[in-house]
Ligand binder design. Structure first.
Ligand code: FAD
Length: 635
């Protein structure tokens, strides 16, 4: 009743005109959670169900009492048992990418360490061999990766070079006399650092190193190098050190590697895009070092998509647990905590954002699967933006869910806390988020340099802020304005420096870009906000189950309003929003929250059910009957 009262009151403030678009009684038709699940999960539905069923095995139940070494050991055994089921193969990386991704995505719902251990092995190591290697590499390594006979690592990061991969120091020098490459770590800063699986279990590693042939530097290339022999002993010349305990994700054994003039055969070079003949003749169809480097790291896209999906799936679990608890937990006078506006404000935008990210992930997969060469740049931009957006949203969402569950959110058995710790690193690995958002912004600025955008300020005067077209126009306006602002600053700096020559102009432009990095980051966000909102609306209009369209439309509205509300300072400063319009945005968010949580929050609960998380993956006692927690938590 309180929610309905608030919808009625707030709807009067949504607009300065008489057009009240969020009616007092929002008519949300009944809809089936199963239909929503199929709207959100479009590939390998049966396989996913089969894998989730397999993961009911008690071995995959959380155990928060393990030591570091026990947890690592369990993670390896869990992976081995999963691999033995042959749900997917490393060959699927090329032949059936959706099946490959579905396999790895499913693991995230039971344990993130297991998911990352598998991800490093299959995606980063196996995927790199599949993508950059040729048939001889596929035949030699992929079947042995498929059985986990050769646990795989990915050696890109060095102590001295993380985000700046181009600057790595590890050397690979071709020896024409013996027909071998010599892999060497010249300094401690060149040691490979953070290498997943290296500390204990890894036997083979895809190593990034600067290639020199006949004294000529050819840029970073990738080599398959054995770290340990079949019995698990380090190979001659390979030094391995354990990174030790981490803030989370302790089921993965990360380590540091040094190579002391390790000799590997000529075939160790993954040679799809460049090769070295026995006599030391280097050849590549890709002419420049920079372009070749782009191809070498291009394989990271699948990994980024998986990290984004892992963050989205964790958000689903967190939101589902917190919503179920909120709708069942009374506090003060028998009132359920979900009835408090503060609770709705924390959980319902989180629900809407999770839907937005999930739909964007599906759209990215569609683009990826279309395999059109002309989409390569868009895929890079969208995957970078989604990786950063989804993981940063996850940080906020899981924190909000944790707090919304009060003390219970802090109990490990209730899952949200441990997930938060284990996943904290997803904003850093597979491309640090700040760097990823710059990839997005740079692409927009490149386009703007050729064709500057002309920002169109939408009129909010007299308009309803819940109008989806207005919300889209507002998000577009912000993106175009920020693009124009940074592009103009760069253009001005280059023009001033131009009399000093082209080099001076380029340097001045680079300085101007760095001077505006704060706005550049906002620009990355503005792009992610716009495309995710537009995608959400389009998916609802074209592919959503009919009965669920009203509620999904409301959810999309809430998402759009939340993104506009976050950027209200921009809209007020730019003159797009007046004080009254800002108040209408606030009222719009509160109204949508009230509508979604009315009548015991059935709509919000049903939308969370649409995530399709089986009970054994929700796991948390507070998601079921919180009063029974004393009898369900085991010691
Ligand atoms: C648990 C874990 C597992 C990992 N597993 C692997 C693995 O298996 N294999 C592997 O190769 N690597 C792995 N990594 C490494 C990971 O990919 C790197 O940590 C990541 O690329 C960031 O590099 P860095 O840690 O050196 O940070 P840095 O690049 O030094 O960044 C530090 C800070 O500086 C900022 N910064 C850097 N450059 C810029 C810029 N141009 N503009 C603005 N800000 C900037 C970043 O935003 C960040 O906040 C792992 C890391 C962790 C923590």
């Amino acid at each position: 009743m309180a929610a309905e009262r608030r919808v009625a009151a707030l709807s009067r403030h949504l607009t300065s005109s008489s057009d009240v678009s969020l009616s007092a009684k929002v008519d949300l038709r009944d809809f089936a959670a199963e239909d929503v699940y199929l709207f959100l999960t479009r590939d390998n539905v049966e396989l996913r169900a089969k894998m989730l069923d397999f993961l009911k095995d008690p071995m995959y139940r959380p155990n928060y009492y393990l030591s570091l070494m026990e947890f690592r050991d369990l993670t390896l055994r869990r992976l081995q048992k999963f691999v033995d089921q042959k749900f997917f193969s490393t060959f699927d990386y090329l032949n059936d990418p959706l099946r490959f991704m579905a396999g790895l995505e499913t693991l995230a719902s039971v344990d993130y360490s297991l998911c990352i251990k598998a991800g490093v092995h299959f995606t980063l190591c196996g995927g790199t061999i599949a993508k950059l290697g040729t048939e001889k590499h596929h035949k030699t390594f992929l079947p042995r990766l498929d059985t986990l006979e050769l646990p795989g690592c990915f050696g890109m990061t060095e102590l001295g070079h993380g985000s700046n991969v181009m600057g790595i120091e590890t050397q690979a020098t071709y020896d024409e006399e013996t027909g071998e490459f010599v892999i060497n770590t010249p300094t401690d800063t060149a040691s490979k650092f953070w290498i997943g699986g290296a500390a204990q279990h890894g036997k083979v590693c895809t190593v990034f190193a600067q290639l020199t042939v006949r004294g000529k530097w050819e840029g970073p290339h990738v080599f398959v190098v054995r770290l340990r022999d079949d019995s698990g002993q380090p190979m001659p010349g390979v030094r391995i050190q354990d990174n030790g305990p981490k803030a989370g994700l302790n089921g993965v054994d990360n380590g540091q590697l040094w190579f002391y003039n390790v000799r590997v055969p000529r075939d160790a070079l993954l040679d799809r895009y460049s090769s070295v003949a026995p006599d030391g003749t280097y050849s590549s169809p890709i002419p420049s070092v920079a372009q070749r480097f782009g191809t070498m790291v291009g394989g990271l896209t699948t990994g980024r998509m998986l990290i984004a999906q892992g963050a989205i799936d964790a958000s689903k679990i967190g939101v589902a647990i917190a919503l179920r608890y909120a709708c069942a937990r009374p506090q003060f006078n028998g009132k359920c905590i979900m009835e408090y506006l503060t609770h709705q404000r924390r959980l319902l935008p989180a629900l809407a954002t999770t839907y937005a990210m999930q739909l964007q992930s599906l759209r990215l997969k569609d683009l990826y699967m279309a395999k059109r060469p002309e989409d390569a740049k868009t895929i890079h931009v969208v995957s970078s933006g989604l990786k950063a957006g989804a993981t940063w949203h996850r940080v906020e969402i899981l924190q909000a869910c944790r707090e919304c569950c009060g003390g219970q959110g802090f109990l490990a058995a209730n899952k949200i806390g441990p997930m938060k710790n284990d996943m904290d690193v997803d904003v850093t690995f597979e491309g640090d988020n700040t760097v990823m958002m710059q990839q997005v912004a740079k692409a927009l600025l490149d386009t703007a340099a050729k064709k500057p955008p002309r920002p169109q300020m939408p009129s909010m005067e007299g308009a309803s802020v819940t109008d989806l077209t207005l919300l889209a126009a507002l998000l577009r306006f912000r993106e175009d304005s920020l693009t124009a602002e940074v592009a103009a600053a760069i253009g001005r700096a280059a023009k001033v420096a131009a009399p000093g020559g082209k080099k001076a102009a380029v340097a001045a432009a680079a300085d101007a870009y760095e001077d505006n990095l704060d706005t550049v980051l906002q620009l990355g966000w503005a792009h992610v906000d716009r495309i995710t909102f537009e995608g959400f609306v389009e998916e609802v209009n074209t592919r959503a189950p009919r009965e669920a369209r009203p509620v999904l439309s409301l959810l999309a509205t809430l998402y759009g309003l939340t993104r506009v509300e976050r950027a209200l300072a921009f809209y007020l400063a730019s003159g797009a929003a007046s004080g009254a319009a800002a108040a209408a945005v606030r009222a719009g968010v509160n109204g949508a929250c009230a509508a979604l949580s009315a009548d015991g929050g059935w709509a919000a609960l049903r939308l969370a059910e649409g995530f399709g998380i089986p009970d054994h993956c929700l796991e948390a006692p507070i998601a079921f009957d919180w009063r029974q927690i004393g009898s369900t938590v085991t010691m």
